[in-house]
Design a protein around this ligand. Structure first.
Ligand code: PPS
Length: 417
């Protein structure tokens, strides 16, 4: 056993070894100097000391005396140490996770504040974005979407939720989902995934609710939504006009007869109808078979009538009509029209489409990586039940004058006659 004073320490180094000269099993103990006189004398070479150290002096947990060489916890079971490590890891992980949400909330609040500022200033004004102190000049809203030229860095700083500058308002079963999926491939377009139904079902929730449903957009992007029932719902033109009279409106129209059959097929697939198509479409006044235009599937196809209501609020130049048939035949050509109408560069082109044989419809692909493809879901492109030719003929007669009138109003022939 040897004593030595440890430099700059109040402790005495007590070395105990079974072999006085050298030993790999050497035990170092740092003891407070004050205790050194109480150390019991143990014969040199007492090997039991390793296992049964003299307990009075081993109260070395004195705060001023570092336990060098004692290797705290050396004897603790490794399971406990692992448990402690796991607990510490979990706590750190939980803290990081919570901090992440706090940060996101704070950023979200800040974004909303800026969104409100932006809208207060709409109609001509200035807004300083971020710390870069760059002035953004807000164009007058009569020019439609925010078309403020911004740098990319400002763009990402100014991301916020905006009311849509363009809406696909109809028609149901016309191909509205296809059009929305095509146009949202454009980097300057953002759209909510589902139909909003704000102007026909949720109007009482208020405009802030509507805005909050929209995705974040930067000032160089536009927001688009689609709700096909808007086109045929009485109050919607007035309400939409009240939101923004400069909103651009897109309508995908399809032969009213195939549109009606498509509508009926959807009702069948959802179990909403069990009656045959002709039973739904006609009623008898005793002597004649008359068309039941109170049936929604037929009424929606009276495009000219619905359009009249829209033209009371919006000038024709603010409406774009896309042929549902052409959207299937040549999607790229229709996308040219849509992109021009929205004032966007023609980014979505023929290379974005391929005809999927299994689906029987155009599907999307990314031109830079053609293996990434996307077709619409099973509810789009359903097989229609066969309808008797005489029923089709009677429908054709019925729709003809309405179709003619519609062509004249729009200045476009859709070839359904
Ligand atoms: N690319 C592509 N893939 C699948 N389907 C396509 C596509 N382009 C247009 N269509 C036609 O879109 C019809 C459904 O129209 P909507 O999307 O407007 O329906 S809905 O109102 O949203 O329910 C759907 O009607 P059905 O064929 O009766 O199912 C299709 O004919």
């Amino acid at each position: 056993m040897q004593y030595s004073r440890r430099p700059s320490s109040d402790c005495i180094l007590l070395q105990i070894s079974s072999d006085q000269s050298d030993s790999s099993e050497e035990t170092d103990l740092l003891l407070p100097e004050v205790l050194h006189t109480t150390i019991p004398v143990i014969p040199d070479g007492d090997s039991t000391l390793h296992k049964n150290p003299p307990h009075p002096v081993y109260s070395v947990g004195r705060p001023h005396c570092p336990a060098r060489g004692r290797r705290k916890g050396k004897n603790a079971p490794s399971v406990t140490r692992w448990l402690i490590l796991v607990c510490v890891f979990l706590i750190v992980f939980l803290l990081c996770w919570t901090a992440h949400f706090w940060t996101a909330d704070l950023l979200g609040d800040w974004t909303r504040v800026r969104q409100q500022l932006w809208e207060i200033l709409q109609g001509g004004g200035y807004l300083v974005v971020g710390g870069t102190s760059k002035l953004l000049i807000q164009t007058s809203s009569k020019h439609g979407p925010r078309r403020t030229p911004l740098t990319a860095s400002n763009d990402s700083l100014a991301a916020a939720r905006h009311l849509p500058q363009a809406i696909i308002i109809g028609v149901k079963k016309g191909g509205t989902r296809a059009l929305l999926e095509y146009i949202r491939m454009h980097p300057q377009v953002r759209a909510p995934g589902s139909e909003m139904h704000f102007f026909d079902r949720h109007y009482e929730r208020g405009i802030d609710w509507y805005r909050n449903q929209m995705p974040l957009t930067t000032p160089s992007q536009i927001t688009i939504e689609k709700t096909p029932s808007y086109f045929v719902t009485r109050d919607v033109p007035r309400r939409l006009h009240a939101m923004n009279p400069h909103t651009k409106l897109i309508i995908v129209v399809r032969d009213p007869i195939t549109r009606a059959i498509s509508d009926y097929t959807q009702a069948l697939s959802k179990g909403r109808s069990t009656r045959a198509f002709h039973d739904m479409a006609f009623y008898s006044n005793g002597t004649h078979r008359l068309l039941d235009t109170s049936w929604g599937a037929l009424r929606i196809g009276l495009y000219a009538q619905h359009l009249e209501k829209w033209l009371r609020y919006f000038p024709a130049r603010q409406l774009l009509f896309i042929s549902g048939e052409d959207l299937i035949e040549d999607p790229a050509a229709q996308m040219d029209k849509v992109q021009d109408f929205l004032g966007l560069a023609r980014v979505i082109q023929a290379g974005h489409f391929y005809f999927d044989q299994a689906k029987g419809f155009p599907c999307l692909r990314r031109p830079d990586s053609p293996v990434l493809t996307k077709c619409l879901g099973k509810s789009k492109g359903r097989r229609h039940p066969p309808i008797q030719p005489d029923v089709i003929a009677q429908l054709r007669d019925f729709y003809q004058p309405f179709n003619r009138k519609f062509y004249a109003m729009v200045g476009q022939d859709f070839h359904w006659l």
